[in-house]
Design a binder for this molecule. Structure first.
Ligand code: SF4
Length: 231
């Protein structure tokens, strides 16, 4: 039997309770760690299939070469860009993806991220998803943290944590998990909601990274322990 991920949630409160517990343990996390909206976009592309540590090295390299800007990246050759982001892994693919994004912003939006992100969330999300190499997680990360759009980010940590707590079906896909979060976590409006969703995703990343490991999760130390099904 396929569980409807929305119906599998007995009530919406566990997701809100989870936030209270994570926030109590970590405080407000002020994500995303970056100096500018463009750096956030670059990080969102580079972090695909690699650790954040490797992304930090690549971004530091771009900064060192004074190449962390739309126009600088636009004017680099593919090989120059690929070498600068080498530490992020899959550097040829990521150089192409980064260029695809930069080309659209420069060629179609006057090299202005502000103009690129202008419009309603659905329209801007479609604009992002139309770029080769930008999937839902990358698009939502850019929207939420760089574009000021309330678009909930789902990642592997979200899925693992929700699944282990029985908040979603094992086969729930990205859209289903996102709908579940939107349905459960939309009490706030405007900037308050944006801030809440930014921090919610950040809290899940910290829990996923520190406690909810793929094997041998550290439940005894985790702030979400009291929300496990057997508790
Ligand atoms: S580590 Fe354990 S308690 Fe923490 S989120 Fe994962 S399954 Fe839940």
């Amino acid at each position: 039997m396929i569980l409807d991920p929305c119906k599998s949630l007995k009530s919406v409160s566990p997701l809100r309770q989870a936030y209270r517990l994570m926030h109590r343990a970590h405080g407000h996390l002020n994500w995303w760690p970056a100096d500018s909206p463009f750096e956030i976009c670059v990080g969102a592309i580079l972090t695909q299939n690699t650790s954040w540590k490797n992304v930090e090295l690549a971004i530091a390299n771009l900064k060192k070469a004074r190449a962390l800007s739309l126009k600088k990246i636009y004017n680099l050759t593919h090989d120059e860009l690929a070498q600068l982001i080498r530490s992020a892994g899959y550097f040829n693919i990521k150089a192409k993806r980064l260029r695809n994004f930069v080309d659209v912003v420069v060629d179609k939006h006057g090299a202005s991220l502000k103009r690129f992100f202008k419009g309603n969330t659905k329209t801007v999300r479609q604009r992002l998803l139309a770029i080769n190499g930008v999937g839902p997680e990358t698009a939502d990360s850019m929207l939420l943290y760089a574009g000021g759009h309330s678009s909930f980010v789902i990642d592997a940590y979200t899925k693992r944590i929700f699944e282990r707590h029985g908040w979603c079906a094992a086969n729930a896909d990205y859209d289903e998990l996102q709908s579940l979060c939107i349905q459960s976590l939309s009490q706030k409006r405007g900037v308050a909601k944006l801030d809440f969703w930014r921090d919610y995703h950040a809290q899940l990343v910290v829990v996923g990274n520190h406690y909810c490991k793929p094997r041998n999760p550290l439940c005894d130390e985790c702030p979400l322990k009291t929300l496990l099904p057997e508790n």
